[in-house]
Write a new protein. Structure first.
Length: 135
């Protein structure tokens, strides 16, 4: 799942990447790492909304020295299998979850009544969600 705007330009894409496969020379399709997520899309005349929920965020697979060497500024040299970088994994299911919202195709030429009705509807939806979550 990617929300990028170009080939390798990720403006608001916070989903996990597999940097090892990317720097090994594999195709760019392998840059996107797996993530367990549920996505809901809602389409209106004024705007489209994507809502993504990840119960456990999977972090990116960084270059850690196991397969590829990397420059380590703390050591002042390249590091590899002699200094493997260990990233901390999240393991609290539903406690370290992530939410993402995307608004796109905003219609600026719609009349003011549609705009007012849309934002009132969204306000009620988000207010009810906030009330349910923050009890």
């Amino acid at each position: 799942m990617t929300w990028g705007t170009g080939d390798l330009l990720f403006v608001n894409d916070l989903f996990p990447k597999d940097w090892k496969s990317f720097f090994c020379g594999r195709d760019t399709e392998y840059l996107k790492a797996f993530s367990d997520a549920a996505k809901i899309s809602v389409f209106f005349d004024l705007v489209n909304i994507d809502l993504v929920y990840m119960p456990l965020f999977n972090g990116s697979d960084y270059i850690d020295g196991d397969r590829l060497f990397y420059w380590n500024p703390l050591l002042g040299r390249t590091a590899g299998r002699d200094y493997i970088f260990h990233d901390e994994d999240r393991d609290a299911f539903f406690n370290e979850d992530e939410w993402a919202v995307r608004l796109y195709r905003i219609c600026f030429l719609c009349n003011q009544q549609k705009i007012r009705n849309f934002f009132l509807t969204m306000w009620y939806i988000f207010a009810s969600l906030y009330k349910d979550v923050c009890r």
